[in-house]
Design a binder for this molecule. Structure first.
Ligand code: FES
Length: 162
C-alpha cells in the first residue's frame, strides 16, 4: 500500500498461537518443569523467600493447586503462558513488560525476560524478580513465586512507577 511502510519488529511471543510446540525451524522446544508457589501463601504463612526449603515446605503444606504445583511446559513459552496452558489464573495486565502486575520471584533455575520496561537491574539480578509475561524458562527446571504484586515491595513499586 502506498504511503505505508512495513516495520519488521521482534515482538515478544505472546497471544494466540505463541505456545506452539515447534519453533519456526520446525524444531521442538526444550521442555521445562515449572514449580510454582503463590506469593500470598508465602506472606500468609510467614514464610521467607530466602528460605532454601521454601518449596519443600510448600509441597508439604497441602496447598490448593491454584497456590502450589508442578507443571510442564516448553522453553519457547513464557512462564505466564505455561501457567495459563494449565488453566491457572495468574495476574497480568499489559503482557508486554511494562506494568509489573505479573511479577514473580525466580527461586531456582534460569529464566530471562525478552522485554522489561519496569524492573531495575538490581531487582532482576540481585532480587530475582521477573515479569512472567515476557520471561522464558532457560533450564530444565524452574521454581518461581508468582503473584508478587501482592507483596508490599512490588505493590509500592507499581504505585511509584505507575
Ligand atoms: S503483565 Fe504487565 S509486565 Fe507483565
Amino acid at each position: 500500500m502506498e504511503g505505508r511502510s512495513v516495520v519488521d519488529t521482534d515482538l515478544p511471543k505472546v497471544g494466540p498461537g505463541a505456545s506452539d510446540d515447534a519453533d519456526q525451524d520446525g524444531e521442538e522446544a526444550d521442555p521445562t518443569t515449572l514449580e510454582y508457589l503463590d506469593h500470598r501463601a508465602v506472606i500468609e504463612r510467614g514464610w521467607d523467600l530466602d528460605d532454601p526449603d521454601l518449596f519443600e515446605k510448600a509441597a508439604a503444606a497441602g496447598l490448593d493447586e491454584s497456590q502450589y504445583g508442578v507443571i510442564e511446559g516448553d522453553q519457547d513459552q513464557t512462564i505466564l503462558q505455561i501457567a495459563e496452558d494449565h488453566g491457572l489464573k495468574w495476574p497480568f495486565q499489559c503482557r508486554s513488560g511494562t506494568c509489573a502486575r505479573c511479577a514473580g520471584v525466580l527461586a531456582d533455575g534460569e529464566a530471562e525476560m525478552d522485554m522489561n520496561l519496569f524492573l531495575e537491574e538490581e531487582e532482576v539480578e540481585e532480587m530475582d524478580y521477573r515479569l512472567t509475561c515476557t520471561c522464558y524458562p532457560e533450564s530444565e527446571k524452574v521454581q518461581l513465586v508468582f503473584n508478587s504484586i501482592h507483596s508490599e515491595y512490588v505493590r509500592s513499586l507499581a504505585q511509584e512507577r505507575g
